[in-house]
Design a protein around this ligand. Structure first.
Ligand SMILES: Cc1cc2nc3c(=O)[nH]c(=O)nc-3n(C[C@H](O)[C@H](O)[C@H](O)COP(=O)(O)OP(=O)(O)OC[C@H]3O[C@@H](n4cnc5c(N)ncnc54)[C@H](O)[C@@H]3O)c2cc1C
Length: 466
């Protein structure tokens, strides 16, 4: 059992090493006690700003000896209560670890420190003709993205962070430094510890370096928009694009309410607040033209209107900036309200039933909840906008649970990308059988026997014996 004393003892022992890089300021601790989700803040007792793998190893050796909880912190953009220090402890902030340590342009890979953001990495890569494609909406760090198994609008073509990580440097709970993975596209050598760490949400180790796959910036890129009178036609278009294996770059659905919020927030002229699809096409000029023609024909068949496309970089950038700003557009739609995001995912063939069902659930609940989706993956979010008050949050939770239950009944998952944190722990037994949960707990105990790494997250406590 952690005591306040053991945390204080760890802090006293860490102070000589970290000096000013160990902060006990109330505002710094509070900032590290929450992410971008709606969960109540739990501030750690101290925050350490790490700069090297050895810093992290030293901190973990000390915290493990004192049984003091440690919460890794990237940019704090996670949405499910992942960084909240619910048992107190010490937050290890990696946002100063921003180095590009190695760039192999010929092999199209690189090694970065875990605190670099994807935006900063792409600025460093731009002149090499390369880019890193995983693009969650927040300004997340690469380490945080690995820890939450993040993805974004580019996943339909390039996969999630899981498909784009080749190897990791991880500091284990006892301070040992583990290097896993090689600079190769595949390897059949033993247990895949790299991918065990992907999605572990800071509960198995702290990632300090990441070996990433990179991609060439495509020769031609075009963006297109198409609007639909009905949500069913809009979703059906997406399903058919996927079923026809069009190598789409990105494909995002915005329902009528989300479009209304975006039109107001981004001052989008010339669009109506009706279900809308944003597309991006990539490749050689001929291939792009072919993809556009195929998708336009599919949209036509499904009563799409106003199919417009452009290869102009500025127009493309404006469109995708609008898409990445949907969360803020939602918050501006109902000032003073909190946005609680759902993150269900289903197999493509179940998408129409799922999204129309979710829309029905939303209307029945009376909650304003725009729908926006990484529709090509079967993943979509509803941003439930709730006024202050626990009763309203409860109503939103009930809607979230209804949508998740629907997704699970269609063979889907409670979270396509935001992760478990605190919010989705209750759904772990619905998605994983008792044996799988037992194996997960065994792994956790083996790697972190003192349960210091982000305790209380991801894994539900075992059911009491009958
Ligand atoms: C507006 C908005 C849009 C978003 N859109 C998307 C989206 O499209 N797709 C998506 O996947 N997510 C999205 N998110 C959620 C969020 O951006 C991701 O979960 C992101 O991967 C979190 O990264 P972070 O650096 O902020 O991590 P943090 O929030 O700091 O941490 C997240 C978790 O990872 C752990 N952690 C952090 N760094 C490390 C490390 N180096 N080693 C081990 N554990 C670590 C933490 O302990 C915590 O459990 C969005 C969030 C916002 C606010």
């Amino acid at each position: 059992m952690t005591t306040a004393d053991s945390i204080e003892q760890a802090i006293a022992e860490l102070l000589p090493h970290f000096g000013e890089r160990l902060s006990r300021s109330q505002s710094v601790c509070e900032h590290h006690g929450h992410g971008e989700g709606y969960h109540a803040q739990h501030a750690p007792q101290a925050v350490i700003f790490a700069e090297t793998t050895e810093d992290v190893a030293h901190a973990l050796r000390v915290c493990n000896a004192h049984r003091a909880p440690v919460i890794p912190f990237g940019a704090g953009t996670s949405l499910e209560g992942q960084v909240n220090a619910i048992e107190g402890g010490i937050s290890i902030d990696l946002s100063r670890m921003t180095g590009l340590l190695e760039l192999n342009t010929g092999d199209m890979d690189c090694r970065v420190q875990a605190g670099i953001t994807r935006q900063d990495l792409n600025l460093l890569l731009r002149d090499e003709g390369l880019f890193f494609p995983v693009d969650p909406g927040g300004e997340a760090t690469i380490g945080g993205m690995c820890a939450t198994r993040a993805s974004g609008t580019g996943a339909v073509r390039y996969g999630t962070i899981r498909e784009n990580v080749l190897g990791l440097t991880v500091v284990l709970a006892d301070g040992r430094i583990m290097r896993v993975g090689r600079r190769v596209r595949k390897s059949a050598m033993g247990y895949d510890l790299t991918h065990l760490m992907i999605g572990s949400e800071g509960t198995l180790g702290i990632i300090t370096e990441v070996q990433l796959r990179l991609h060439g910036i495509p020769e031609t890129m075009a963006a297109a928009v198409c609007q639909f009178e009905t949500l069913a036609d809009c979703v059906e278009t997406a399903v058919q694009v996927m079923q026809m294996s069009v190598p789409i770059g990105r494909m995002e659905l915005l329902d009528d309410v989300q479009m209304d919020a975006c039109i107001r927030y981004a001052k989008l002229d010339g669009y109506r607040p009706i279900p809308t699809m944003f597309f991006e096409f990539e490749g050689g000029p001929e291939a792009v033209r072919e993809q556009i023609a195929t998708v336009e024909a599919i949209a036509d068949d499904n009563n799409g209107s106003a199919f417009t496309w452009s290869t102009q970089a500025q127009e493309r950038a404006a469109l995708w900036k609008t898409r990445h700003a949907v969360f803020w557009a939602c918050l501006a739609y109902r000032p003073g309200y909190t946005g609680i995001s759902t993150d269900a995912i289903v197999p493509i063939s179940a998408l129409t039933e799922m999204i129309l069902g979710a829309k029905h659930d939303i209307e029945e609940s009376g909650i304003t909840a725009p729908i926006v989706g990484h529709i090509g993956d079967g993943n979509f979010h509803t941003v439930m906008l709730v006024p202050p008050g626990e009763a309203e949050v409860e109503k939103a939770r009930a809607l979230d649970h209804k949508i998740i239950a629907r997704a699970l009944s269609l063979g889907g998952s409670a979270s396509g990308e935001h992760g478990v944190g605190l919010a989705k722990i209750g759904f772990m037994p619905a998605e994983h059988d008792a044996v799988a949960l037992d194996v997960m707990r065994t792994i956790k105990r083996a790697l972190d026997p003192n349960n210091i790494l982000n305790p209380g997250k991801l894994l539900p406590p075992p059911a009491p014996p009958c």
